[in-house]
Design a protein around this ligand. Structure first.
Ligand code: KG4
Ligand code: ZN
Length: 340
């Protein structure tokens, strides 16, 4: 078998990450989170690209060092071309282009959303999905149900018409006075709360599409009303509020997945993206799998939120097929998952 050492770079949003893979195995996966956004309650694009510029050289150096690989050993460089923030994508794209040119090795562009899905193929001895399978991609920027026909052929069956599910978590957290990103904090408080304590109305959206903006507004009005009556309401009931919001979000997601399985007859379901780190959704998907005899695939925590290892695995499969990019390739903030 051909020996492939691949360097992968991810810089689509607010995490700068570099990973080295040996074939389909991860040797290192370094992620530098950007603390700078916490004080603003969300990602500030200009600050994100500046932080990527500061982080990228040390993060790449650290990934190579941890992997014990010299840059001269690299077979190719993969990078996230999109979707994402333009200024952030430009840093990873320019860096990958220059490094590949300097080393005289192939350059491989990767679609960030495909990477979230194909993270399941990083080999750690686990069972992997068989094509075709369904993927629920849930992140800060996306909420999609995708039919994955092969490594590079994907069809979006449904998606959010407004906010992404990660935004629903983060905006709820903001309403509750929790820092950004609030998703992991809601998850943590929810584990100590009663998911039936409060109920929030669910959207009535046709087909396999989603909507989360109504839920966010519903939560805002609920909290405003309750705090008028008792200013300490959030403080007193934080765990119950988080558990109830999380339960509502999971119920919205799971209902659509069930519908997608019924419509397609495909009984293999994988989740991916930052929100797939949520303990409630992980448990709910596994439970559905047991109840309805689906095969379910939940990624390792390290491969849920943005990371370069998932970019590397896509790069590896593209490398095997000789799918290389020209030096003229540019970052593409609105890259679609289905048009590759
Ligand atoms: O995939 P990701 O790292 O970045 C994007 O491509 O958007 O996803 C980030 C999102 C954020 O909205 C964050 O709050 C959410 O994933 N998230 C979670 C959890 N961990 C991360 N949401 C709920 N529960 C979690 N445990
Ligand atoms: Zn992502």
């Amino acid at each position: 078998m051909q020996e492939t050492y691949l360097l992968a770079i991810e810089s689509s949003c607010d995490d700068t990450s570099a990973s080295v893979l040996y074939n389909n195995k991860v040797l290192s996966n370094e992620v530098a989170n950007q603390e700078v956004h916490k004080q603003y309650g969300g990602v500030v694009p200009e600050l994100a690209s500046r932080a990527h510029l500061q982080n990228i050289v040390p993060v790449v150096a650290q990934a190579l060092k941890k992997a014990g690989v010299q840059k001269e050993q690299l077979s190719a460089i993969a990078f996230t071309r999109g979707p994402g923030l333009m200024g952030s994508l430009l840093v990873g794209t320019s860096f990958a282009k220059s490094m590949a040119m300097g080393l005289g090795i192939p350059l491989i562009e990767v679609n960030h959303m495909q990477a979230h899905i194909l993270a399941h193929f990083i080999d750690e001895g686990q069972a992997k999905p068989q094509f075709p399978f369904l993927a629920l991609t849930i992140s800060g920027g996306h909420t999609q149900i995708v039919k994955v026909k092969s490594f590079f052929e994907m069809e979006v069956l449904g998606e959010t018409l407004d906010d992404a599910v990660g935004e629903a978590f983060d905006k709820t957290a903001k309403i509750l006075g929790l820092p950004y990103p609030g998703g992991p904090l809601i998850d943590r408080y929810a584990q100590k709360g009663n998911p039936k304590a409060f109920s929030f109305s669910q959207p009535n959206i046709q087909g396999l599409n989603f909507s989360f903006s109504g839920l966010k507004t519903g939560i805002l009005y609920f909290i405003q009303k309750q705090t008028q009556e008792d200013p300490a309401f959030v403080e007193k009931h934080l765990a119950d509020i988080c558990a109830s919001v999380q339960e509502t979000i999971i119920s919205i997601l799971i209902k659509k997945v069930k519908k997608a399985v019924q419509q397609t007859g495909i009984k293999q379901v994988a989740i991916g993206g930052g929100v797939s780190a949520n303990s409630g959704i992980r448990k709910a998907l596994k439970a559905m799998g047991e109840q309805y005899s689906w095969e379910t695939f939940v990624p390792k925590f390290d491969y849920c939120t943005d990371n370069a290892a998932m970019v590397g695995i896509v790069g590896y499969y593209k490398f095997l097929e000789g799918q290389f990019s020209a030096q003229a390739v540019t970052a593409q903030p609105r890259l679609s998952i289905s048009k590759e």
